[in-house]
Design a protein around this ligand. Structure first.
Ligand SMILES: [Zn+2]
Ligand SMILES: [Zn+2]
Ligand SMILES: [Zn+2]
Length: 143
């Protein structure tokens, strides 16, 4: 068993999820890429396994519900997901951090150490989610 495989299995177990080929493949992909991925990215990169769209979609929904993946702000109308920290659990996400999009390699990364800036909505408004996206060059492309 590879390291990625056993890390993925452990995470499924931790969240009380049965292992399925799709769940394992999707987690392994996130651990390997270490960046946010869209449904389309996942479909392309698991092509050999032939998972259908619905299976991938359900896997992402389950992972989001269980506190394994969180949604990342997208400016292109395509939802992206990224791995959560250990602090997240079912129905309790703690992903209020800034995200960074590299304009060269187009990777979207979690900046877990940078909390979202404090903001206040006008009277009568209720904020449910917030997102903050920095754009520029990632450390690798800037190097
Ligand atoms: Zn989370
Ligand atoms: Zn880059
Ligand atoms: Zn994130």
């Amino acid at each position: 068993m590879t390291h990625l495989e056993s890390t993925s299995l452990d995470l499924l177990k931790l969240h009380g999820l049965r292992k399925t080929p799709c769940r394992l493949a999707v987690l392994e992909l996130f651990f390997r890429e270490r960046a946010a991925l869209s449904h389309q990215n996942i479909e392309q990169q698991t092509q050999n396994s032939n998972f259908d769209r619905v299976t991938i979609y359900r896997t992402l929904t389950t992972f989001e519900e269980k506190g394994i993946l969180h949604r990342v702000p997208d400016l292109e109308g395509q939802a992206k997901y990224a791995l959560c920290s250990e602090k997240c659990s079912e129905h309790a996400h703690h992903d209020a951090h800034v995200h960074f999009k590299c304009q060269t390699c187009e990777k979207v990364l979690c900046m877990e150490d940078i909390p979202l800036p404090e903001t206040a909505a006008p009277k009568g408004y209720q904020v449910k989610t917030a997102s903050f996206l920095l754009e520029g060059l990632c450390a690798e492309c800037n190097g």
